[in-house]
Design a protein around this ligand. Structure first.
Ligand code: UDP
Length: 485
């Protein structure tokens, strides 16, 4: 339960339903409340998606009431407790599934919910793992695990080449830590490895034309089908749908569009670091100073948790006053897809969360990569080195989710130079823009009728039918029930 996992799942639920499956999305009350506008739209549209809420056992483990999403955790030991609480959903999930009539045809469970494997096995329900990051990342992670790199390399600064990847990827463990690879997380790590090993397939938010060699290699390594169904963000076609993802936006999307309408095509820089990564105030001030100096129009997203009183005062008294003519500061949740899909946006300064990168790719927007943790450094390698649609700010060390005190400040001059490379960058920049546009077109084609992801979606639903009844059915007849969580 994190925005970067739930947002694509909610898109996937509606996409599968649109293509003929009956879908239930399982979540918890606080997370359901966040997507209430989507739930209401779904019920008005008669799309066969149900939303099932399982109470999250905060009290049982001493988590503050309502802390049902990773982005609500404010203390480091809170993550451990959060995952313990998540695993307590096993019983309620099993009871829910047993009570379903008919039994669901399959479960699509997030890669972080390895504990669902046991439930599915006991109920004999086919199960797919949904991986949030790119296949490039998942392949690197899988091969590092398979070849014992995580055990062998104990010095986090030692550089090594990731084994058996179609391109040369040299990293250190600081940049490629893997998920659940630290002491105290052995249960989650073992469960998620086992859940992938025993899954009936893997579902990924990507598309064949974007990373075919890595998809093929990953499929071969796993020995099972990898279903690429994305970019899932393209499910959202109208203005309301694009604006309502994850949370209610802190700013009216119509106001954002009106503001963007007054700007030249490709002129606006969009700066946002996803739903989790928090920046310290000193770094925010450097970013702000760079945006002020660059003279380019911008939209800058600052999270509510970053808006400590001094930051609010600096923004109000110094920054916004000086940049009012050409800048928009979103304080809180931004309607990101609305912004990225507008032709005025010419570059995206991003922390390299896979959803943000894929949204930029889908909208043909080049990126300035500033990875912070988890899969983000490897995602950066894909967009900068392989796809050629990104330019790196040069971050080398990961930060913690909750703060970035461990890394040196990136100074305003460096940020400004990097923004210039992104927005201009001479011939190299032209080439990045050309490639971004080309990939954006391929992304849209992948989701259109006959496109790779469109066909995969049909085949995934059909394969569930085959597995269940041992005979082929016309996809149009499929009225099966899938459970997503
Ligand atoms: N997002 C958004 N508004 C915000 C921040 C994030 O809509 O203000 C969305 C963004 O479009 C993406 C998701 O939240 O779909 C973030 O996922 P990502 O994988 O990029 O990063 P994470 O938040 O998991 O680090």
């Amino acid at each position: 339960m994190a925005q970067g996992h739930m947002i694509p799942m909610v898109d996937m639920a509606r996409l599968l339903a649109e293509r003929g499956a009956r879908v239930t999305l399982i979540t918890t009350p606080v997370n359901a409340a966040r997507i209430r506008p989507i739930i209401d739209r779904v019920s008005r549209s008669n799309l066969p998606v149900a939303f099932e809420e399982l109470p999250f056992p905060c009290a049982e483990l001493g988590l503050p009431e309502g802390h049902e999403n990773i982005d609500l955790i404010t203390q480091h030991d809170g993550f451990r407790t959060f995952f313990d609480a998540l695993r307590l959903l096993r019983g309620p999930l099993e009871r829910y599934l047993r009570a379903c009539s008919p039994r669901p045809s399959c479960i699509v469970a997030d890669g972080c919910n390895g504990w669902t494997a046991d439930v599915a096995r006991r109920l004999r329900i086919p199960r797919f793992v949904f991986h949030g990051p790119s296949c490039f990342y998942s392949l690197c992670d899988y091969n590092m695990m398979r070849h014992g790199v995580y055990e062998r390399v104990t010095d986090y600064s030692e550089r090594f080449v990731v084994p058996e990847v179609p391109v040369r990827v040299e990293v250190n463990r600081a940049q490629a830590p893997g998920f659940f690879n630290s002491p105290g997380w052995e249960t989650e790590r073992d469960e998620s490895i086992a859940a992938e090993d025993t899954a009936d397939g893997v579902v990924v938010n990507t598309f064949a034309e974007l990373e075919r060699p890595f998809i093929e290699c990953y499929e071969k390594a796993l020995g099972k089908k990898v279903w690429t169904l994305g970019p899932l963000c393209l499910y959202n076609k109208d203005a309301e749908g694009m604006a309502a993802r994850g949370n209610s936006a802190a700013v009216d999307h119509r106001r954002v569009v009106a503001w963007l309408d007054t700007r030249e095509p490709g002129s606006v820089v969009y700066v946002s670091f996803g739903s989790l990564a928090l920046s310290r105030q000193a770094q925010l001030v450097e970013i702000g100073a760079a945006l002020a100096a660059s003279q380019r129009p911008f939209i800058w997203v600052i999270k509510s948790a970053e808006l400590v009183p001094e930051m609010g005062a600096w923004l109000r008294d110094e920054f916004e006053e000086a940049t009012r003519e050409r800048g928009l500061v979103v304080k809180g949740w931004s309607p990101q897809l609305t912004v990225l899909s507008h032709r005025a946006v010419g570059g995206f300064v991003t922390h390299c969360g896979w959803n943000s990168l894929l949204e930029a790719i889908a909208m043909g927007v080049p990126v300035l990569t500033w990875p912070r943790f988890a899969d983000q450094f490897l995602n950066e390698r894909l967009v900068v080195d392989v796809l050629g649609v990104g330019v790196s700010i040069g971050a080398k060390m990961p930060t913690s989710v909750l703060h970035e005190d461990s890394v040196a400040l990136v100074k305003r001059e460096e940020v400004e130079r990097a923004v210039e490379r992104l927005m201009d960058g001479g011939e190299e920049g032209e080439e990045r823009r050309r490639r971004s546009k080309e990939l954006g077109e391929k992304a849209k084609k992948a989701m259109e009728e006959g496109g790779s992801s469109y066909v995969n979606t049909a085949e995934l639903i059909q394969s569930v039918m085959l597995g269940r009844e041992g005979e082929s059915k016309d996809i149009e007849d499929v009225k099966e029930k899938l459970v997503l969580l």
